[in-house]
Design a protein around this ligand. Structure first.
Ligand code: CDP
Length: 224
């Protein structure tokens, strides 16, 4: 069997999709594309321009007109990629708590999704890509050669995200991180357009009791 060219990884917040996707893309010399950064960029831009997040028309117009660029990392500061909005490097801004708190409502808007998903699909169809998100295997690239749905319990995912924030030198409260993860799960899974769910042909991996290394080994074995 040939190595899959289009690989889709979906799953809930902080399930380890980016860690897995990045590693897999490195090992295959594929492009790693984390679609979450695009939704985060639109959210950051909306907050920056003082838009009400509940103002669907204004947020959608920003998503349709803003120039979002996702490029290979220009710095070795732990980033997986550079994220630029209208030419400005906002990579770490997209990780801010206020972005995290507002990104799920923004991502639920139909025309925001339409604008971003068409760009993602265009890039994904070139192949040799590992694309990570919520709806990659179901909506963006349903023809993907390999679909992984990476899951873990909410407390485990919150604990990973909590450690990640501390490692970056940030401050966090575990209970707040857990509440944030649960709230995003709720919105992402119940929205009307492209809700988070496993594609019928996805391989589901529960990573609760697996290390990042073990998850990678499982998926690599599926590829080769
Ligand atoms: O890294 P983490 O899993 O916490 O989040 P992310 O992948 O950066 O995605 C941030 C948010 O963007 C998610 O909670 C979703 O609301 C949204 N998203 C989406 O709707 N569709 C995607 N393909 C990717 C992200």
């Amino acid at each position: 069997m040939p190595i899959p060219s289009i690989i889709a990884i979906d799953g809930p917040a902080a399930s380890g999709k980016s860690t897995l996707g990045r590693r897999l893309a490195d090992s295959l010399s594929y492009l790693f594309f984390d679609t979450g950064v695009m939704y985060r960029a639109v959210t950051w831009g909306s907050l920056q321009h003082g838009l009400e997040i509940s103002d669907e028309a204004a947020v959608t117009s920003l998503a349709e007109t803003a120039q979002i660029d996702v490029r290979p990392p220009s710095k070795e500061d732990g980033r997986a990629c550079d994220v630029l909005l209208d030419g400005v490097d906002i990579t770490w801004e997209t990780r801010r708590a206020d972005v995290e708190a507002n990104v799920s409502p923004v991502s639920a808007y139909r025309d925001v999704r339409k604008a971003l998903a068409s760009q993602q699909r265009r890039i994904g169809l070139r192949g040799r890509v590992v694309m990570v998100g919520r709806d990659i295997g179901t909506v963006v690239l349903p023809e993907a050669d390999l679909k992984i749905y990476l899951d873990a319990s909410a407390p485990e995912r919150a604990s990973r995200r909590y450690k990640e924030i501390l490692q970056r030198g940030g401050q966090a409260d575990y209970d707040q991180v857990l509440a944030g993860v649960r709230s995003r799960d709720e919105i992402d899974s119940n929205r009307a357009f492209s809700p988070l769910r496993a594609a019928e042909d996805a391989v589901i991996i529960d990573s609760d009791k697996l290390s990042a290394e073990e998850v990678f080994a499982k998926v690599e074995a599926l590829c080769r």
